[in-house]
Write a protein that binds this ligand. Structure first.
Ligand code: MN
Ligand code: MN
Length: 470
């Protein structure tokens, strides 16, 4: 007999375990995971912009018993309400048993994604072709957006208030659009440039027409023909572009990725993967102890500013309305709610890419299929701009996940000094909440096609549900 313990047993007891989540799943669980991913893929394909995501989310909420808070007089335990801000942002709440001033459990994601927006005066004719000028939205690698099929989504609003909804390029019979690029034969000069300079912002021009309007001697006949088509279809003239929001997004559909069908390939997964899972989770919540709140914010990709971004006062207004309608409002009640609330900032994380492992630090990177990821902090170069979650709060979140057998991983976005990023976490943390980033690892983030793991998607929705119920 020896007092020295068996090394393998000791290792099992003492080491942190980093396991591939699929390994512990049985066939029934895999079926559930795959089925959930199908629902998610449907969401991605029907919510390619923030407006479409807000609209679909609203439909899902209403179908599950959530009412517009503006149409509700009084709120009590178990009531479900939502507020849609300017068709671009949604807040949903399930009123808890405890008073609000004891704090809420909040999961917040964003429904805007990198894309190309049309400029206010977009249409022009050049050398017999009609094109549209764009201004990109969010952090994109511009070369990735050329020579792919694009669709146009958005609204045109006329001065009399008439709002025309546009979505061209999604149906089988629809035309699509594209940004051209040079042929390699003549691209010698372009190929010598740095990757980030290869395609300039002003080169992201959308090809929309090549056929001249017949019956005229007028100049710019190709442009005229396009305007005539738009006038017949929508009743608009060129000046109406000025009061439009038209967004170019990839025209292809999101799909299952891999021979083992384990992943999802699609546009806008940052951050609709966390939006969908957070929304889907709150639909299952009945009479939680603390009021459960789901935030689907806009404008995260360009800094969360403006009246639909997380920095706006509109979220505070929604919370104050809940306080009013539950009869709890009093001076400083809102501050009390915020200081006692806990939040998961549900945004995607960079997954380790085997082709580019050099940007990740192998002990502190998120891996696909290893569960929902927690980022204690984000920021760049010395955690600058990060709302570093307190250890006490990280422990609380760990406890919720471990109690519910949810697989999670703790990671950083990338190596120190390599780069960084931010989320909406700091905005809510600044109000006094405990906040930690908690999302899904992604490959090819911000590209027209992003990659996620179906295991992580399922696990995130379980994590958010457990958090709402905590
Ligand atoms: Mn994001
Ligand atoms: Mn992003």
């Amino acid at each position: 007999m020896s007092d020295i313990p068996n090394g393998e047993e000791l290792k099992e007891k003492l080491f942190a375990k980093k396991k591939n989540g699929w390994e512990k799943t049985n066939p029934q669980e895999r079926e559930r995971i795959f089925k959930f991913a199908e629902e998610y893929i449907y969401f991605l394909n029907h919510a390619k912009t923030e407006r479409e995501a807000a609209k679909l989310a609203k439909e899902m909420l209403e179908k599950n018993g959530f009412q517009n808070i503006e149409q509700v007089e009084n709120l009590k335990e178990g009531d479900k309400v939502y507020y849609c801000n300017r068709s671009k942002t949604i807040y949903a709440a399930v009123i808890g048993k405890e008073v609000l001033t004891k704090g809420c459990n909040i999961v917040g994601a964003h429904i805007d994604s990198p894309r190309l927006d049309l400029k206010p005066n977009p249409l022009y004719e050049d050398n017999g072709l009609a094109l549209l000028k764009t201004h990109y939205y969010g952090g994109i690698k511009k070369y990735q957006w050329t020579t792919i099929p694009l669709s146009i989504h958005g609204v045109i609003v006329k001065p009399d208030g008439e709002k025309i909804e546009v979505a061209i390029g999604e149906n089988e019979e629809d035309p699509v659009f594209t940004i051209t690029d040079l042929l390699p034969h003549l691209a010698q000069e372009q190929m010598e440039k740095k990757l980030k300079e290869g395609i300039a912002g002003e080169d992201l021009n959308i090809l929309v027409g090549s056929m001249p309007f017949e019956e005229t001697k007028a100049s710019e006949k190709v442009k005229l023909n396009i305007l005539n088509i738009l006038n017949k279809k929508y009743g608009i003239t060129e000046v109406d572009f000025m009061s439009s929001e038209l967004e170019l997004v990839p025209a292809f559909q999101s799909k299952t990725l891999g021979l083992d069908r384990s992943m999802v390939l699609g546009y806008g997964q940052d951050d609709r993967v966390c939006s969908f899972t957070a929304l889907r989770a709150i639909l299952n919540i009945e009479k939680p102890s603390k009021t459960a709140i789901c935030i689907l914010a806009d404008k995260e990709e360009i800094g969360s500013m403006g009246n639909t971004g997380m920095e706006s006062q509109v979220f505070d207004h929604f919370m104050a309305e809940i306080l009013n309608k539950t009869g709890e409002n009093k001076p400083n009640a809102l501050e009390e709610v915020f200081c006692h609330s806990k939040m998961l900032s549900a945004d995607v994380d960079a997954g380790l890419d085997p082709t580019y492992p050099q940007v990740s630090e192998k002990n502190n990177c998120a891996r696909l299929g290893h569960g929902v990821g927690l980022n204690k902090y984000t920021g760049a170069r010395g955690k600058s701009g990060a709302s570093d979650a307190n250890a006490e709060y990280v422990a609380e979140v760990r406890n919720i996940f471990e109690r519910n057998d949810i697989q999670y991983q703790l990671s950083e976005l990338g190596k120190v000094d390599v780069g960084g990023g931010g989320t909406i976490a700091y905005i809510l943390a600044n109000k006094g909440m405990d906040v930690i980033d908690c999302g899904i690892p992604v490959l090819s983030m911000h590209a027209p096609c992003e990659v996620t793991s179906k295991f992580d998607i399922y696990e995130a929705h379980r994590a958010y549900e457990a958090f709402y119920k905590a």
